[in-house]
Every structure is written in C-alpha cells, then in structure tokens.
Ligand binder design. Structure first.
Ligand code: CMP
Length: 440
C-alpha cells in the first residue's frame, strides 16, 4: 500500500491536479470553437487518459486518511472508492476525443452537441477539488487567504466556461481570429455576470436570451456571494494583528486615563512589541487549553525542547520527570532591568531561564554576585530552605523564563530524588559562594 502522505504520491497528485485544470480550460475552448484536434492536442488527450487511468488504479492501493486514523485495509479502501469517486474518475479517463475523432460536425452549434461528450474530463475536477478541500486544512498559510485564492480561481474558471458556452450557442459570431472572438465572449460574460451590462453585445435568438437570463441570475447570486465573502475574508485576514491593535488601543486608553508617565508608557509599549514580534499574541494557554491532555503534553514537550536541551539536568533526566514537569512550567516574558526576585522577600516560585541573562545582586542592586544565562535556575533556595530570598535577581535585557510555583516544585522534588540531588548540589555551591562573600 502507498501511504497517503508519501512525497511521491503528493507530487503525483499535483501532476493530476495541473492536468485537470489544463483540461478544464482547454476542452471547453476546443468544443466551443470547434477547433480541430492537432497532433499535439491528440498527444495531450492520450496523456490525460493515461494519467487519469493510472490515478484511478492508484486509488485502490493508497491508504485513506479518515477521522479515526488511516485505513490500510485494501477491501474497505476499494469499497469506499467504488462508492464515491470511481464512476466520475472512470468517465473522466475515457478518451472521447480520440474514440470519436470526426466529432467536428460543423460550426452550427446544434450539429456540435455531440462534442459536449468531451466535457467528461470535467468530472475529474470535482474529485480534485474535493481532495484539495481536504488538504487545505493541512496548509499553514492564512486560511482566509487560501479561501480568497480559491474563490478567484473558481470565478475565473466560471467566467471562462460561460464565455465558451456563449460562443458554443452562437451568441458570439466568429469574426476574425479565435482570440478576438474569445476576448469578446469573456467581455460579455463578465459584464453580464457582474450585472454591469453595457448592452453593446446583446442576445438575439431565443436560446441566447434564455442563456443570458441564466447567466444574469447566476451573476446576481454569485456576485452577492463574492462581495460578502471578500469583505469577510479581508476582515478576517489579519485577525491576529487586528486583535493586537484593539488590545493596544485599550492599553493606551488605560495609560492615558491613569496619566502614566512617558517612561513607563514606553516600557509597556516595548513589552507588547517584544511579545508580538513573532506575529503571535502569546495566548498559548488559551490555545493549549482546548487540546486533550496527551496532545497538550506532546505540544508542551515540543515547545520546551529548547529549554530541555539547555538545562543540563533536564538533558539527562528521565522521560517521566520531563513529562511531570513540563505541564507545570508557565512561560513568562520579563522586561529589561526587571527585579523579579528581591532580597529578603518571601519566595513563592522558582525560574528556569530560557533566553537572556539575569544578574544576582545585593539587596541594593549595587554589587553583582553572579550572571546567569540560558539553562540556569534561580529562586530555588528560598523554596527549599523555607527562608527569605538570599539575594536580588534582575534581568539584563528581555528575558524568557519558565516559572515553577512553590507547591509544584516541592511535589516534583518529592517524586524525583535525582532532581532533588541536583537542586541540593546547586544550592550547596551557591551557599559556599555566599559564605565566602560574607567572610571576605
Ligand atoms: P533565592 O534565595 O530563592 O533567591 C535569590 C536567588 O539567587 C537564590 O535563590 C539563588 O537561586 C540565586 N543565588 C544566590 N546566590 C547565588 C550565587 N552566588 N550564584 C548564583 N546564584 C545565586
């Protein structure tokens, strides 16, 4: 069996999709203008049939992605395919133009009705569109943008088909070249579809009038749908940035109302700028809260992999320990110069430094005892020894840290003696330095 997401299968799907779009453009044009099948187009017809036939056979050997996982069982895959897209795919693979080569019955449209059979290839478009709809969810691009692109694709193809239909029923006299006639037909299709209706090209025969009425009705519905859709899509396109702008407005209004001085205002604005740098509003908790526990755990493990690699103890720790601690860590961004631990205060949490540097200082902040970088821990002493904070700690630049609350810290220590030994070693080393400092 071929896995549904195999890169070669993906490349094949892309090839089939491109061929299908080509057929959806070329065949209506050829049928409408009663164009002859040149040797090159004949070869393309053969290629279409072979490719669609291979695709049909491949369907029986490709695993199917379903809501409950992958289906590997060949019998149920075949049953499923026979029930759904088998017949349209089979019809689309038939080489009608090759089987009935003399199908140019003259320029009169009634004589050319037989050629409509060549539109059998369009069945494939329905299947490709369905496959694309399923794949769309896996794309990381802005969903609104993809929707807008798909919408314009269908609009363009629709206008092309309507223009071809107009030529087919004889609405557009074939004057001069095919290109000029086609241009006139597209012009008619778009002025009618968009309800602009200049009226310089008008229907004469009853059938042309019926066709025009249908196109006008289609136009009213789809144009209204399009306007509504485009407005909605544009509105949603930058949902994150719009939310950020709204939040910033609220924050600014608050700062103004409270008459916060300029230097503090700048720090607040700097904080949000830094927070939103990656186009993400850091509402990780809200996103994660929606996920089931095991998935949340795996995402947390992935998100914290940088920290896990940096903290020496985590690198060698058991998987069980990592799993226990990872969901308890709360990410926090600290501004430059923030004193987040104050000497003598009561300690309620400890910190793992992920990015940036902190300085361990005396209570007045004048003497720097030590500088700690990514992977270091701070604030563990007060928690374990049940004592006031032994020093002050402040950030140098922006600093990403993970906070572990006191009760969580003590619980993890209890459950994992190795972690306790590591913390004990760190504390002993630091206490040694503190004693050395005091005796100086
Ligand atoms: P705590 O006492 O909770 O608060 C201050 C923190 O500074 C302390 O925990 C240690 O994590 C850290 N600290 C204290 N002294 C040193 C030192 N000499 N070197 C590195 N870190 C220290």
């Amino acid at each position: 069996m071929i896995p549904a997401d195999h890169p070669l299968k993906n490349a094949w799907d892309l090839w089939v999709a491109l061929l299908t779009v080509f057929a959806a453009v070329e065949i209506p044009l050829r049928v409408a203008f009663a164009l002859p099948l040149t040797p090159l187009l004949l070869a393309v017809e053969a290629l279409l049939s072979i490719s669609f036939a291979v695709d049909l056979v491949l369907h029986f050997f490709t695993t199917v992605r379903e809501r409950n996982g992958l289906i590997h069982d060949r019998a149920s895959i075949a049953r499923r395919y026979l029930r759904t897209w088998f017949v349209p795919d089979l019809l689309a693979a038939l080489p009608v133009a090759i089987l009935f080569p003399g199908a140019t019955y003259g320029l009169q449209w009634t004589l050319r009705l037989g050629r409509l059979l060549e539109l059998n290839r369009l069945f494939k478009l329905a299947e490709v569109a369905e496959r694309l709809r399923q794949e769309r969810r896996h794309l990381l691009a802005n969903p609104s943008l993809i929707r807008l692109a798909m919408f314009f694709f269908w609009m363009t193809l629709g206008a092309h088909w309507i223009a071809c239909g107009w030529v087919f029923i004889g609405g557009e006299e074939r004057v001069g070249s095919v290109t000029l006639t086609y241009l006139n037909a597209v012009y008619w299709a778009i002025t009618t579809l968009t309800t602009v209706g200049y009226g310089d090209i008008t229907p004469d025969a009853p059938l042309e009038k019926v066709y025009t009425i249908l196109v006008m009705l289609t136009g009213v519905v789809s144009f209204g749908y399009m306007i509504g859709n485009v407005a909605g899509v544009l509105e949603n396109m930058d949902a994150v940035r719009r939310d950020q702008a709204r939040k910033m407005d609220r924050v600014n209004a608050f700062l103004k109302y409270r008459e916060v001085p300029a230097h503090l205002r700048e720090r607040v604005q700097g904080y949000y700028d830094h927070l939103w740098e990656g186009d993400f509003d850091h509402d990780e908790a809200a996103v994660l809260a929606d996920l089931p526990t095991d998935l949340r755990l795996d995402i947390s493990l992935f998100m914290h992999r940088g920290l896990i690699e940096r903290v020496p103890f985590f690198r060698d720790a058991s998987e069980e320990f990592i799993r226990d601690i990872v969901l308890l860590l709360q990410p926090r961004l600290l501004l430059p110069g923030t004193e987040f631990i104050r000497e003598g205060a009561v300690g309620d949490s400890m910190y793992f430094i992920s990015h940036g540097e902190v300085e361990v200082t005396s209570g007045d902040g004048r003497t720097v005892y030590d500088t700690l970088g990514p992977g270091s821990i701070v604030g563990e002493m007060a928690l374990l020894m049940n004592a006031p904070r032994s020093a002050s700690v402040r950030t140098r630049g922006y600093c990403d840290v993970y906070v572990l609350a006191k009760q969580d810290f003590l619980r993890v220590l209890q459950d994992h003696p190795n972690f306790k030994a590591y913390i004990d070693r760190t504390i002993r080393r630091r206490l040694g330095k503190i004693t050395a400092r005091r005796t100086k």
